[in-house]
Ligand binder design. Structure first.
Ligand SMILES: *[C@@H]1O[C@H](CO)[C@@H](O)[C@H](O)[C@H]1NC(C)=O
Ligand SMILES: *[C@@H]1O[C@H](CO)[C@@H](O)[C@H](O)[C@H]1NC(C)=O
Ligand SMILES: *[C@@H]1O[C@H](CO)[C@@H](O)[C@H](O)[C@H]1NC(C)=O
Ligand SMILES: *[C@@H]1O[C@H](CO)[C@@H](O)[C@H](O)[C@H]1NC(C)=O
Ligand SMILES: *[C@@H]1O[C@H](CO)[C@@H](O)[C@H](O)[C@H]1NC(C)=O
Ligand SMILES: *[C@@H]1O[C@H](CO)[C@@H](O)[C@H](O)[C@H]1NC(C)=O
Ligand SMILES: *[C@@H]1O[C@H](CO)[C@@H](O)[C@H](O)[C@H]1NC(C)=O
Ligand SMILES: *[C@@H]1O[C@H](CO)[C@@H](O)[C@H](O)[C@H]1NC(C)=O
Length: 539
């Protein structure tokens, strides 16, 4: 197995032997008095870590692990609340710390996502955020402000502090660098760390960040309401989503210079929904839309804007139609929306989505339960030399792509007047054809070893098989930026012919640093990354 130090081309002292034994009493001795070891257990190479049954958020057990010490710790937090964290401490340590993130409202130690990290050699940590629940279940938050605050930011920070106490004691060696990688809620957790706790990490990968909790959750209700009730004449049934997608593809695909099923620049496509209108007596009414349904399309592709032109949330991208079932296939909004007023804002389980209005959105904005939403002033993180790589899939319907664009631009607005060049420490990359955090259904080059991605290739995968370098692997790109000052201008995405075999490559393409976009140079194999260049839209 290639180690991170070799990949970066420099040697570092690797610790092969630990100073502490992997036992509850030895780990306990390294902990502050507010933390208690649940278990500490040495696993030989190629073990399976059996996830405890109570970990309902992340029940999957990682297999084929390198030799390591698996630790679970409970920490006392505010009030009577606690949070837990898990650690994988590999025998063959690369000297670095990596924290991974969570998803949705889920509570649980994400042992599965810790596995790729420990395969690189990182001492890897995940927090349960202070509760146990599935991704879409927010009921734990009802009248529990302390639990919400733990989920919002306290548990990630507190778990990081504990991990950074245990790791040097365990190896009897200082940690060289501290990293974070998470997607979705995990992306939010990373940006929140940069905002509030700039000393925790040197580098952060924040994928598809759910950074604007107080607006994303209300939008989740709003967007579903456009297509409800299912009995309305304007309702677009899921059986027509593919019809809409086909038309969007017809009108928008070739705008990036190549007709390949991948829309790279949805915002510059002037899509005309009326081309989908049914005629007087349609021969086939399952491949066209009525005038009221066309009106629904306009809403879906429009920003959520309130009274006095107040911007609340960006629209669904053109090209997201294959992902619309997340929000638009049921007779009610996704529980990630409804659960927010019910449980986080305290309206109760009986609150109905039909009662959603702008006042609910404005109240959410004012109260921001758990301080979960990320603010734009990242100047402390910049000042201490921290680096952030963020990215977002362009067919993500869970969290509209432009929410990252908005965040990046707002950070720029906040920091440029302070004399800070945002690209000197925070870079955003948009991934044409990628869905939420991972995957594609248009054969787009979506894989770059981002958080949550490796598991899609196989249970023992880490990095980018066949391309274990900083040009193709976003985590290695971050390490190179933090440790060697190599600024990432682009990251090459990979699409394998068959993901689970991941031997043969179908296509590779650069993912460009925003606001640049990948453009075909006009000759050469379109499936070869070398045939593409990163250009400003106006170039
Ligand atoms: C690892 O374990 C699996 C099953 O637990 C076994 O099939 C495989 O041969 C083992 N690999 C090595 C390298 O020991
Ligand atoms: C969640 O489950 C873990 C075991 O995975 C347990 O140790 C912890 O006490 C539970 N947390 C809560 C808040 O119930
Ligand atoms: C636990 O105690 C340590 C040492 O006093 C302190 O630094 C840390 O902030 C505490 N953690 C929490 C979550 O209160
Ligand atoms: C902890 O406190 C909350 C309110 O602050 C209360 O609802 C809950 O029942 C308490 N839990 C325990 C185990 O005492
Ligand atoms: C009607 O259009 C749909 C969607 O394009 C297609 O799947 C179906 O086969 C068509 N039916 C007929 C009778 O042409
Ligand atoms: C919109 O603007 C008008 C005029 O300034 C103001 O009276 C009103 O309160 C504003 N509405 C909201 C929701 O802020
Ligand atoms: C969290 O929110 C509360 C209530 O709005 C506020 O008093 C507190 O300062 C916030 N804490 C942080 C860290 O933002
Ligand atoms: C990929 O390869 C695996 C293993 O050979 C096979 O089971 C699977 O069907 C293949 N997937 C596709 C989409 O061809």
């Amino acid at each position: 197995m290639m180690k991170v130090n070799q990949l970066l081309g420099f040697s570092a002292v690797l610790s092969a032997t630990s100073a502490l034994e992997c036992s509850p009493s030895a780990i306990q001795a390294a902990l502050p008095s507010n933390a208690t070891v649940n278990f500490a257990q040495a696993l030989p190479a190629n073990s399976t870590f059996e996830v405890p049954k109570s970990d309902t958020g992340y029940p999957g057990s990682p297999i084929g692990l390198p030799a390591l010490c698996a630790v679970s710790i409970q920490v006392k937090s505010i009030g009577n609340s606690t949070f837990g964290l898990g650690l994988f401490l590999p025998d063959d340590w690369n000297g670095r710390f990596l924290a991974v993130g969570n998803g949705g409202f889920a509570g649980g130690i994400n042992w599965l996502d810790m596995a790729p990290g420990v395969r690189y050699g990182f001492a890897t940590m995940s927090t349960d955020t202070g509760h146990n629940s599935s991704t879409i279940d927010g009921s734990w938050a009802y009248q529990q402000p302390e639990k919400i605050e733990n989920w919002g930011h306290l548990a990630m920070h507190g778990s990081t502090v504990v991990a950074k106490t245990v790791i040097p004691a365990y190896y009897s060696q200082e940690i060289s660098f501290n990293y974070y990688a998470g997607c979705s809620t995990g992306g939010r957790q990373g940006l929140k760390e940069a905002e509030l706790y700039p000393d925790d990490f040197d580098g952060i990968v924040a994928g598809a960040p759910a950074w604007w909790t107080s607006h994303l959750q209300p939008w989740t209700i709003k967007v579903a309401s456009y297509n409800l009730p299912t009995s309305a004449d304007y309702h677009i049934p899921p059986s027509l989503f593919g019809v809409v997608q086909k038309e969007v593809m017809r009108q928008c695909d070739s705008q990036d210079g190549v007709k390949d099923g991948i829309i790279s620049s949805p915002d510059t496509c002037s899509f005309r929904p009326e081309d989908l209108l049914c005629g007087e007596s349609p021969t086939n009414s399952t491949d066209c839309l009525t005038a009221p349904q066309i009106s629904t399309l306009y809403k879906l592709y429009s920003d959520f804007v309130g009274e006095n032109q107040t911007f609340f949330y960006p629209h669904l991208n053109l090209g997201t139609e294959s992902q619309w079932r997340i929000h638009l296939a049921s007779d009610a909004p996704n529980p990630l929306g409804t659960g927010y007023p019910q449980f986080f804002m305290g309206f109760g389980a009986d609150w109905r989505w039909q009662d959603f209005n702008e006042d609910v959105q404005r109240l959410a904005d004012r109260t921001d339960p758990g301080n979960a939403s990320v603010k734009f002033d990242l100047s402390s993180f910049h000042a201490k030399g921290g680096k952030i790589i963020s990215y977002h899939g362009m067919i993500d319907a869970h969290i509209p792509t432009n929410s990252l664009k908005y965040f990046y631009n707002q950070v720029d607005r906040t920091l440029k007047p302070l004399g800070v060049d945002v690209d000197s420490f925070f870079r955003a990359f948009f991934v044409p054809g990628m869905a939420h955090c991972a995957g594609t259904d248009v054969d787009a080059p979506w894989y770059f070893a981002g958080p949550n991605q490796a598991g899609q290739l196989g249970p023992t995968v880490h990095g980018v098989p066949g391309f274990e370098d900083r040009d193709h692997d976003v985590l290695l790109a971050l390490l190179a930026w933090v440790e060697e000052g190599v600024k990432p201008e682009k990251i090459v995405g990979t699409k394998y012919v068959n993901e689970t075999l991941h031997s043969e490559v179908l296509r590779q393409r650069p993912l460009c640093m925003y606001p640049k976009q990948a453009r075909y140079v006009g000759n050469g194999d379109v499936n070869d990354a070398e045939s593409w260049t990163c250009k400003y839209p106006y170039e």
